[in-house]
Design a protein around this ligand. Sequence first.
Ligand SMILES: Nc1nc2c(c(=O)[nH]1)N[C@H]1C(S)=C(S)[C@@H](COP(=O)(O)OP(=O)(O)OC[C@H]3O[C@@H](n4cnc5c(=O)[nH]c(N)nc54)[C@H](O)[C@@H]3O)O[C@H]1N2
Ligand SMILES: Nc1nc2c(c(=O)[nH]1)N[C@H]1C(S)=C(S)[C@@H](COP(=O)(O)OP(=O)(O)OC[C@H]3O[C@@H](n4cnc5c(=O)[nH]c(N)nc54)[C@H](O)[C@@H]3O)O[C@H]1N2
Ligand code: SF4
Ligand SMILES: [Mo]
Length: 721
Amino acid sequence: MSENETQTHYRTCNICEAMCGLEIRHRGNEILSIRGDNDDPFSRGHICPKAVALQDFYNDKDRLKTPLRRTADGWQEIRWDEAFEEIAARFRGVQEEHGKDAVGVYLGNPNAHNFGNAIMLPRFFKALGTNNRYSSASADQLPHHVASNYMLGAGMLIPIPDIDHTDFMLIIGANPIVSNGSLMTAPGVGKRLKAIQQRGGKVVVVDPRRTETARKADQHLFIRPETDALFMLALVHTLFDEQLVTLGHLASRIDGLDQLANAVQSYSPESVAEACGMPATAIRDLARAMAAAKSAVCYSRMGASTQSFGGLCQWLNNVLNILTGNFDRRGGAMFPQPAFDLVRDKKGKPSAYGRHESRVRKLPYFNNEFPVATLADEILATGDGQIRAMITIAGNPVLSAPGGARLEAAFKALDFMVSVDIYLNETTRHADIILPATTGLEVPHFDVFFNSFAVRNTAKFSGPMFEKTPDQKHDWEILRDLALHLTGLEDDGVTPEAMLDLGLRHGAYGKQGMSLEKLKASPHGVDLGPLQPCLAQRIQTGDGMIRIAPQLYLEDLKRLDGSGLLQADRNSDHPFAMIGRRLPRSHNTWTQNSHRLVKGKNPCTVQIHSADAQKLGLEDGQTAEVRSATGAIQLPVEVNDDMFEGVISIPQGWGHNRPDTAMSVAERQPGVSMNDVTDCQRIDALTGNAAFNGTRVAVRGLTDDPGSAQAPPNRPPLASA
Ligand SMILES: Nc1nc2c(c(=O)[nH]1)N[C@H]1C(S)=C(S)[C@@H](COP(=O)(O)OP(=O)(O)OC[C@H]3O[C@@H](n4cnc5c(=O)[nH]c(N)nc54)[C@H](O)[C@@H]3O)O[C@H]1N2
Ligand SMILES: Nc1nc2c(c(=O)[nH]1)N[C@H]1C(S)=C(S)[C@@H](COP(=O)(O)OP(=O)(O)OC[C@H]3O[C@@H](n4cnc5c(=O)[nH]c(N)nc54)[C@H](O)[C@@H]3O)O[C@H]1N2
Ligand code: SF4
Ligand SMILES: [Mo]
């Protein structure tokens, strides 16, 4: 086909978890249009504004294509082999002197959207041999994995809401209309929610903010941040108290029911209502409605994970689905059966949880990782086992981790740092060497992770839309080459595609002819049908029993009781609770270099209730300072009545105004980083997950010209080789 002809490429969008099918028309390297693929059996034409920006990332002049080395005179372009040799020598040097764990690794969110990384990372880790591994998972969904590990025997066996068949959906601390769903891959989630209502069902949202999702729900209940565990305990209490527990098909599979009933006895709706900021009757009515629904599902996400009791919340979320007979049942919380399966047969063996604890703060180790909330401590605190060198792979923790500013100081203190990334940004600017990867349209795609969290079983492989240039490397090639240089071994020629093919052939659909070849012949994807009850085959507890009351959760109730939440404690120095917000036109910290996505009004505002604004004398549009015990930021005020009183909301993922980055569009945006205000000491002590939500802050109006609140960024030129 000639370069001048219009061609159509079908692929899956790799930006968020929704796995939308795209139809991209192009002439040679010129993209003519990006639309939803109507023939994708899962997303059926759904698309959001971010997918259109895939062309901006592809064409972005700021995107790195050549390895860079930091020198006294600025960044210098170097050859790949030079880069690998230097990195291997430096890492080995550090490890020989200070031990294997002296090199730390941080993995960011795009790793989960890149199958080459998913498949090649284990080899890289084996070659590097460090236990000091960190990722964005501990600033995100870790409590879900911990709950699945303890209740079902496998951290990757996550119950997913059967949104397409449920009659009642209780959404706690999630905003899928904006986020497009998380641990619930459900492209076009808006339509799916609407369909619940159209078939006579109900959607209820529990959130300290009247969110975009809450506006579409049948009912919205405000809740005081971080009190969700109390609220859910009261729901469970009511189920027992009013004899609404119906285990149904699970009756013979539940282990620990009596201990659970005992444990929740003291949490009546009446006793928690004030702390939660919710009427007791609303809690009782909700428990009754959930129990009475033909099918129902409780779904809780970031708001209920990244907070001080995230572990308890995700346990209780599962408990609610089990006690109402909705676990592993159509319309309830179900288990996907992906074509490429991440749930390995563990034969009842316990997980690695608690096998190690972190050196400085003694935090738990889970799934071979320590919590990112303690990464700065491990770099900064001197002594045996201290991290002296780091590699970040597709992550921007300076903006994304709790207490990002402290982590930034820690990165500056390292002997040596490497980043595998596509940009010179707030994190990678601290690296000594940056290894640029291909991204988006240049990369073949298969969703290794999100098919495991999807509301329907489907499979799809997309080849790269554009060939990379001979000089560019895929992430997986970078990881492979790093591993080879670290070990001195020869390449065995194994590719992610070969591994994927093997996994597909040996997976649940292998007997029906599933293979990479089959997927390549179906560019819109293959439909494998709705979720089916399958827990009996997939549970990994050894005896097949669901542990409904694992001891570590019962123990953690003491921490909840002692937390002061029941006394509705308000700290007068910092009278507000800060929570995070996601925006429809950005994804975490890295999409803000797309001019298309950032155009228009500055969305990085602090939302506050009108009554609070009035008390503080704040006006809409005025600049305010938000100050916590650890830092302060300045940003415009947005007054509305969507916030629970005493709570403010700030978008995550901004703050591209640090010096010496090279993201020319993002740098011009006024947004600030809320993680300059969050505190790495705030965690869910049970799981080690970051507790962003509920950070205590003070808010005050600034009288000076709002325009001067943020100094314009300076952008130094790249030094050429
Ligand atoms: N306060 C607060 N903080 C939060 C959150 C919150 O709600 N509130 N959310 C948390 C959550 S859920 C998450 S997942 C984390 C995200 O935390 P991170 O993963 O650390 O942040 P990202 O912005 O996803 O960073 C992605 C990085 O990968 C680079 N990149 C993009 N595509 C590619 C690629 O194809 N290859 C490579 N090698 N690099 C690539 C980008 O340039 C960027 O540097 O943030 C967490 N932080
Ligand atoms: N457009 C867009 N989509 C995204 C992303 C993005 O950055 N932009 N990021 C992606 C990523 S990495 C993830 S992990 C997912 C996250 O997906 P979601 O969890 O759906 O996303 P959030 O918008 O963070 O939703 C959290 C909600 O919890 C509420 N909340 C805060 N504190 C509390 C609390 O204490 N209790 C309760 N009940 N609610 C609380 C917030 O007001 C917010 O509405 O989104 C993904 N999709
Ligand atoms: S919802 Fe997510 S997967 Fe779908 S088009 Fe938008 S960014 Fe891509
Ligand atoms: Mo995330």
